[in-house]
Ligand binder design. Structure first.
Ligand code: F3S
Length: 288
């Protein structure tokens, strides 16, 4: 059996940076909090909790922050109002927003301030999208996919000449983002697209798709709440019928790999290396 692991599997630059930042501040202030789990991965969250780092899950939770404590903004970023609320608590605010996400915040501030409407292509309930919306001073809409783009186009026909800027959630599928932009253009909407799909995501997605096209079974490792992992699964499943989505090595059912001589493995941006190695080890064992 041949096992091939994608080079881009696992933590991306932004997530690694956020995890390192949280660890770096541990011991430097009275208490370290992260605003939401720093990655969608229970093992990492547990490791940080063992180091004394706690998670604040809601805006209300920010009220209990004290001077001398630190609150770390994770890679997804947060709305401007949330940053202000953190600052007003007196705690130190450590901003580990991924620079690529911070760049989208700047883009929507600029475009919106110039009087343009903003459309974000992504999941409206995703923290990154909530954060981007929270930086946009003017009109801002979120569309999830090409169907919602079609609905938007039909419902806003009288505004199609209005200057509009389209950005994407960083983990959105690159091709699907282009298709949505094309649909707006085909319908004569006055749109300017700023392709904010992250290069790391794009590379991970194209490597996963390419690998899935060459193997007999594909394993995608990622958290259940991780949208970039869910997208990887979708891409791999299109090219390899036998694609499994697991969040840890213990979820791997060896029966499902039976008969596969070439197995591909990739992992979402919030999957630590250690879990990838455990999965590889388990796959190897199924070959004995
Ligand atoms: Fe940043 Fe891209 Fe990761 S936007 S958080 S490096 S997926």
């Amino acid at each position: 059996m041949k096992i091939e692991t994608a080079e881009t599997a696992g933590f991306c630059f932004g997530v690694q940076r956020a995890v390192d930042t949280v660890k770096e501040f541990c011991g430097k202030c009275d208490k370290v909090y992260t605003y939401g789990p720093v990655v969608h991965n229970e093992d990492v969250v547990r490791e940080l909790s063992d180091m004394g780092i706690s998670v604040i899950d809601s805006e209300d939770g920010l009220d209990s922050l004290q001077e001398g404590e630190c609150i770390v903004i994770r890679a997804h970023g947060v709305p401007e109002a949330t940053v202000e609320k953190m600052r007003s608590s007196g705690a130190d605010v450590v901003d580990a927003t991924c620079p690529f996400v911070a760049k989208i915040h700047k883009t929507v501030v600029r475009e919106s301030s110039e009087g343009r409407k903003v459309i974000i292509v992504g999941r409206k309930e995703h923290p990154e999208v909530i954060g981007i919306m929270g930086w946009c001073p003017g009109e801002c809409s979120v569309i999830a996919d090409i169907d919602e783009a079609g609905d938007y186009i039909r419902k806003n026909l009288e505004n199609k000449g209005f200057p509009t800027t389209i950005v994407a959630q960083t983990t959105y599928n690159h091709e699907k983002f282009q298709d949505i932009v094309e649909l707006f253009k085909k319908n004569s909407y006055n749109v300017k697209a700023v392709d904010t799909v992250c290069g790391a995501t794009r590379e991970r997605q194209s490597e996963a798709g390419e690998l899935a096209g060459r193997v007999q079974a594909m394993i995608v490792i990622g958290g259940r709440n991780s949208s970039n992992s869910a997208k990887l699964y979708e891409i791999c499943k299109e090219r390899c019928e036998k694609t499994l989505f697991i969040s840890s090595a213990s979820e791997l059912d060896p029966e499902l790999l039976k008969g596969a001589e070439h197995i591909g493995i990739t992992a979402g941006a919030s999957t630590p290396k250690q879990i990838i190695e455990e999965v590889i080890e388990n796959v190897r064992r199924t070959d004995i």
